[in-house]
Design a protein around this ligand. Sequence first.
Ligand SMILES: *[C@@H]1O[C@H](CO)[C@@H](O)[C@H](O)[C@H]1NC(C)=O
Length: 236
Amino acid sequence: MEDFYHTSTREVNGQMVAFFGVFDGHGGARTAEYLKAHLFNNLIGHPDFITDTRTAIVQSFKQTDENYLSDAKGNQKDAGSTALTAVLIGDRLFLANVGDSRAVACKSGSAVPLSVDHKPDRSDERQRIEKAGGFIIWAGTWRVGGVLAVSRAFGDKLLKPYVVADPEIQEEDVEGVEFLIIASDGLWNVVNNKDAVNLVREIPDAEEASRRLVEEAYARGSSDNITCLVVRFGIS
Ligand SMILES: *[C@@H]1O[C@H](CO)[C@@H](O)[C@H](O)[C@H]1NC(C)=O
């Protein structure tokens, strides 16, 4: 298994903070495992975490990637990981994405994506990579340098500076969000956003719902590692 996830709550400056993350590793599990152990701690340790959460996310993601790469484990050059994190501070929800794991919310019964997958054939991603001197080619799917099927990731030492750990961030008012699904591409490759939301709507218990999502992906023939988090936000 090369997928890892992390959930926790913590009090920071008198504020309750909740953190949810899915990390889909490639080339081994070590980058994803490292993110599970360090990413949230680095984020809440950032001096501006509460006052300027977006900047704190961008800087702590960058710092975590640099720490990982300078760590002995980061020298194994072909390992990397996606990160899809959700941080809840009061009623504000910050989604940060690096790679092709995905967050989808249920709002008023509809599936609303809260992240955009980082794929090499996304025109803005392709331009960014080519501007940095890299290239993408088709090898079964579109790949950076002919190797990697995601355009952003932690780790991947050999593919820097084309494959970066710069997160794209979306902010949501949690009021009106019934629940949130965060999952690795092992789910999204075979279950679309709408089907996933419809399945979870029928199941009040979040843990049971996430288990059912994994079973559904497996039943539909997903051959990848499958990780799903379902977070319910009380009555809406
Ligand atoms: C997870 O993915 C790896 C790499 O593709 C594979 O070797 C392993 O069997 C998978 N594990 C599970 C539990 O699906």
